[in-house]
Design a protein around this ligand. Structure first.
Ligand code: DON
Length: 310
């Protein structure tokens, strides 16, 4: 284990890890959303962006894919800015569930969804985004993503339509939350916005810049734009740390020891506070919905560079 390192060592390390794992054919592509099933299992990229703006990448770093659940982290930040900590906490808890990301379950005592990283909590979080109508909400959300990414962002329409026509579980969760008064009646609008946020197109380098922005107190290290108020970084990273890897969150915290978030298209972001953002993209997933190669790469990077927070 190494505690300090030169920037050049990062490039060498990610190239070695890419070489080591590129032939690993373990896991499966998510196929519950038909558009996701079209992804190529060989796609694989590792990118690192440091808090002072140095970029390192290997593999398919320009390949576009939909961000999926990784969007939940950033929308949570926007909801905090829009509504404040107390209002958001009254609607969505911060407890890890130990259940699958799509479990239809609410906290029995408070009737809130457990946390903003599982689907129920993410839909409730999205319902808090301010705007006069659906278009204004979507535009505010896209503008938020653009601050993190540093360039124009867009939604993949086929994925959005695919999510919308097959998202019956998500619809059921929204109705359950409406029943308990946790979200308001505009559930179709909230669901559409949730499906749209999941269908945002990114590449692996974009994700590393987004993670580096969180590492850099909310300031995009490449263009110096404040993407989210620094006072909410603590909230965002705490929830990522305890809930970002679903029912693998405990083992992840134990082994890797860093805030992270995965998505079903195979993306994975990791934040090393004040130092760097790491992103891995590889669509082959394990049974919990985390990228198999992504988890392996991050375990090794954390170990090799002594990145574990404790
Ligand atoms: O709600 C869904 O089914 C997806 N659009 C988002 C899923 C996702 O990435 C969950 N993560 N592992």
């Amino acid at each position: 284990m190494q505690l300090t390192f030169e920037p050049g060592e990062i490039q060498t390390a990610i190239e070695e890890l890419h070489h080591k794992y590129r032939c690993l054919q373990v896991g499966a592509i998510a196929n519950y959303i038909p558009e996701l099933a079209k992804m190529n299992p060989d796609w694989f990229s590792i990118c690192v962006v440091t808090a002072d703006g140095q970029c390192f990448s290997v593999g398919d770093s320009q390949q576009l894919f939909t961000i999926q659940s990784i969007s939940k982290v950033f929308v949570y930040g926007l909801a905090l800015e829009d509504r404040g900590r107390d209002r958001v906490l009254a609607t969505v808890g911060v407890e890890p569930t130990g259940d699958a990301f799509n479990a239809i379950i609410l906290d029995e005592r408070s009737q809130r969804p457990y946390n903003p990283m599982v689907n129920a909590g993410a839909i409730a979080t999205t319902s808090l985004i301010q705007g006069k109508g659906a278009t204004e909400r979507l535009n505010r959300m896209l503008a938020m993503f653009e601050r993190y990414i540093g360039h124009e962002s867009f939604i993949d329409m086929p994925t959005f339509m695919s999510e919308r026509t097959t998202g019956h579980r998500n619809r059921a969760m929204a109705h359950l939350m409406l029943n308990f008064g946790m979200i308001d009646e505009k559930i179709d609008e909230a669901l559409d916005l949730y499906f749209q946020q999941c269908s945002l197109m990114v590449n692996c380098l974009d994700l590393a810049v987004m993670a580096a922005t969180l590492a850099n107190c909310g300031i995009n290290p490449l263009n110096k734009v404040q993407a989210v108020s620094s006072c909410y970084i603590r909230d965002i990273l705490s929830v990522m740390y305890t809930c970002g890897m679903y029912n693998f969150a405990g083992e992840w915290a134990y082994k890797v020891g860093l805030p992270a978030k995965s998505g079903v298209s195979g993306g994975l972001i990791v934040v090393v506070p004040r130092r760097m953002g790491i992103a891995v993209f590889s669509p082959l997933l394990d049974e919990r919905g985390n990228s198999v190669r992504g988890v392996k790469v991050c375990e090794e990077l954390s170990q090799r560079f002594g990145l574990h927070l404790f």
